[in-house]
Ligand binder design. Structure first.
Ligand code: HEM
Length: 439
């Protein structure tokens, strides 16, 4: 199928750079969105049932249905779809996303407790902000900033955030995870490397045992109960921090393209978070939210039998130009003036299985960007192929090189206070970030 094909081809678990490049060149992802828009006009709100040989599958086309499904997870709409179980078994078979019943409930509680989902500012924020300052310093000093250096520095910060300073340079751990994630892209189609997976999970357990109290790992030890399977949850965190890095790097590119937004982002944490969310609207890092019905469900058009796979294709909801006037433009203010709430823009999903790290990710990525743009202006090279009036459906961040040019000397020395990355008070006052269940 034209809409879903690119999602699987570019890799649901880890992006394949050559496919991303190809999709960018061919514009296939944009065509997928337009196809779904045409199908909705032709067949109505759906769910649109597909004739597939091995299973019942339906595509969600209406905002109302999207909300119903995300609010009704895990019963009757289970997050642990067969595809996800097959993919995540490669590296986190006991992760919350593929758990069910009492196990899911316990692992969800554990994730929320350690990631402090309900808190706009994590209790470790001051410690994390200090690590961000230290790890962004070499990037600020470099002439050019490409994806590999950005990602390497980000993961130095992430490993310390989870396991403490001794894990800073443990690239072997995260490299092993990348290998397992590459297998996970193939889900059922690739045999599992169980020995490698077990070695990886054992390394996570060892690191966890040594994690200091002022790290996420330390909190995980303190907040785990029987059944939390902390090493599997941490495997998910390490995997998902890649998406946060991608979002951060792309947001820098958007700030380079929109200097006025960059100026506002330099001043306000709340606005930086809006920029991150807007970048994630334009290019959701989890483009397919999959569910599976655990009982027969009734819809206006028909009933769907138990076991039906449901596809929520986020680019369709986020970029349908026939219904969203600013679909292909960067408009961070929609996250501040209520427009994003009125329409289901859900890059972090929402409801009982929505991303429990939403607030933590926004805090970390916002502080990271603040440190990079303090006294500097991100700039794109000529020919970056990003037109602010019509942003592409696919963003090839692998190939992108940014510059972080110092603002003019007078401005850098005078008006730009050398404030360390931290939580600015405007953000603490705002309730926009308090919850992930607004839409
Ligand atoms: C830009 C960064 C991120 C985005 C856009 C994002 C988005 C999402 C989305 C859309 C889901 C729902 C997936 C589904 O239902 O199939 C999800 C689930 C989840 N995310 Fe994130 N995520 C990000 C980063 C993170 C990070 C860094 C962590 C951990 C530190 C994390 C932890 C989780 C967990 C544990 C779940 C499963 C929740 C459940 O099943 O109850 N995410 N995320």
């Amino acid at each position: 199928m034209l809409a879903a094909g690119p999602l699987f081809a570019k890799g649901l678990i880890i992006r394949r750079p050559f496919v991303v490049r190809l999709l960018r060149r061919t514009g296939t992802e944009g065509k997928g969105v337009r196809l779904l828009a045409r199908l909705r006009r032709k067949y109505g709100d759906g769910p649109l049932r597909l004739r597939l040989p091995l299973r019942e599958q339906a595509v969600i086309l209406s905002p109302r249905h999207l909300r119903r499904i995300l609010a009704g997870t895990p019963e009757p709409f289970a997050a642990a779809s067969r595809e996800k179980q097959a993919a995540l078994a490669h590296f986190q078979p006991e992760g919350v996303l593929v758990s069910e019943g009492g196990e899911r409930a316990e692992r969800r509680r554990f994730n929320e407790a350690v990631l402090e989902s309900a808190c706009p500012v994590h209790s470790l924020a001051p410690r994390l902000a200090a690590r961000i300052e230290a790890e962004t310093a070499p990037l600020r000093a470099a002439e050019q900033l490409g994806w590999p250096a950005f990602k390497r520095a980000w993961f130095r910060m992430v490993r310390q955030a989870i396991f403490g300073p001794s894990a800073r340079d443990d690239e072997r751990l995260t490299d092993t995870l990348e290998k397992l994630r590459a297998d996970a892209n193939w889900a059922f189609l690739k045999p599992r490397r169980e020995r490698l997976r077990d070695r990886f999970l054992a390394s996570v357990r060892e690191r966890l045992a040594e994690a200091p109290p002022d790290s996420l790992g330390g909190l995980a030890r303190a907040r785990a109960t029987a059944g939390s399977a902390p090493e599997h949850q941490i495997a998910h965190w390490l995997f998902a921090f890649d998406a946060a890095a991608i979002a951060g790097f792309r947001t820098l590119a958007m700030l380079a393209l929109h200097p006025q937004a960059a100026a506002r982002a330099r001043e306000s944490d709340e606005f930086r978070r809006a920029c991150l969310l807007e970048t994630l609207r334009l290019w959701p890092t989890t483009p397919a939210v999959l569910r599976e019905t655990r009982a027969e469900t009734q819809w206006e058009a028909s009933a769907l039998p138990a076991g039906t796979g449901l596809l929520i294709h986020l680019p369709f909801f986020h970029r349908d130009g026939s219904r969203i006037p600013y679909a292909d433009r960067f408009v961070p203010d929609i996250w501040l003036d209520g427009r994003a709430e009125a329409w289901p823009f859900v890059p972090f999903s929402t409801g009982p299985a929505g991303c429990p790290a939403r607030n933590l990710v926004l805090f970390l990525a916002s502080a990271w960007i603040a440190a990079l743009i303090r006294g500097r202006m991100p700039a794109l090279p000529a020919g970056a192929g990003l037109d602010p009036a019509g942003l592409p459906a696919t963003f090839d961040h692998f190939a992108l090189r940014l510059k972080l040019a110092p603002l003019e000397t007078s401005r850098a020395a005078g008006e730009e206070p050398a404030r360390p990355a931290s939580v600015d008070p405007s953000f603490q006052r705002s309730k926009t970030w308090l919850t992930n269940s607004r839409s």
